[in-house]
Design a protein. Sequence first.
Length: 288
Amino acid sequence: MAQVLRSVAAFRAACDQARVRGLGFVPTMGALHEGHLALVTEAKRHAPIVAASIFVNPTQFGPNEDFARYPRDLEADLAKLDAVGADLLFAPDVAEMYPAGEQTRVNVPLVAAPLCGRFRPGHFEGVATVVTKLLAIVGPCTAVFGRKDYQQLAVIRRLVIDLRLPTTVIGVPTVRDLDGLAKSSRNLYLSPVQRARALAIPRSLAQAQAAFASGERNAATLARVARVQVEAAADDVDYVEVVDADSLSPLMDNKIDDRALIAIACHVGQTRLIDNVVLGEDAPVIVG
Ligand code: AMP
């Protein structure tokens, strides 16, 4: 059974003990699915002891976003974490992570600016702040994140380098349902009809991958191919963009050399969904 800790002091003490043997860490917001569990399994490959956290972080949600209704089910999550061999679970409340009088924030301005940064002001500041706090509490040798949140991973890689944190960051490929939809806690919000419409996202990524495989190297053309499908199915499209996979900036002359990120954010009903692949790097998306 994973040991559940609610206070920073108790969790830090448990991490201090574990660290000498090798400690891996997987931060999450709960409502765990196979994507999260793949991160725990990956962490286990790198460290004998793995800690996970479940914390729905208020500072990364905008005022009109889903903080209050975000799915929470600690007991089910704990059973899932036990099944994949997590050793410690940190499940603090908001006051524990944001003590009275708190005011400190972490910003990674350039990496956070494009893509989701344009549509979710303050989101990556909230992410960078909470991840910095968690890494400072845990001090893990290895921390594991999903490539599904590709820009988040880029923000975290940058802050770990910049703040000289003693942690190796690992990114895990996106885990998908059999029909291709990226697993997400927010998929729980989708009705069956909406879920079927959401399949346009992986389909459009697969189509872009196919075009790339046949030699298309123009970023704007590839983005257009994907956008047509997404626009037909989604209620609102935040972006469909092909950008440099490292800097997340536009590509010079729209020309892709060996690899590029295609990233999508759109709304199906009230639910905001994101997905991406790195063309020239990620395995083909299989769509049902
Ligand atoms: P969340 O609970 O949504 O904050 O996600 C916690 C971690 O799980 C983040 O590092 C996510 O990138 C990762 N994650 C979420 N969904 C997936 C997925 N389908 N495949 C791989 N990793 C994922």
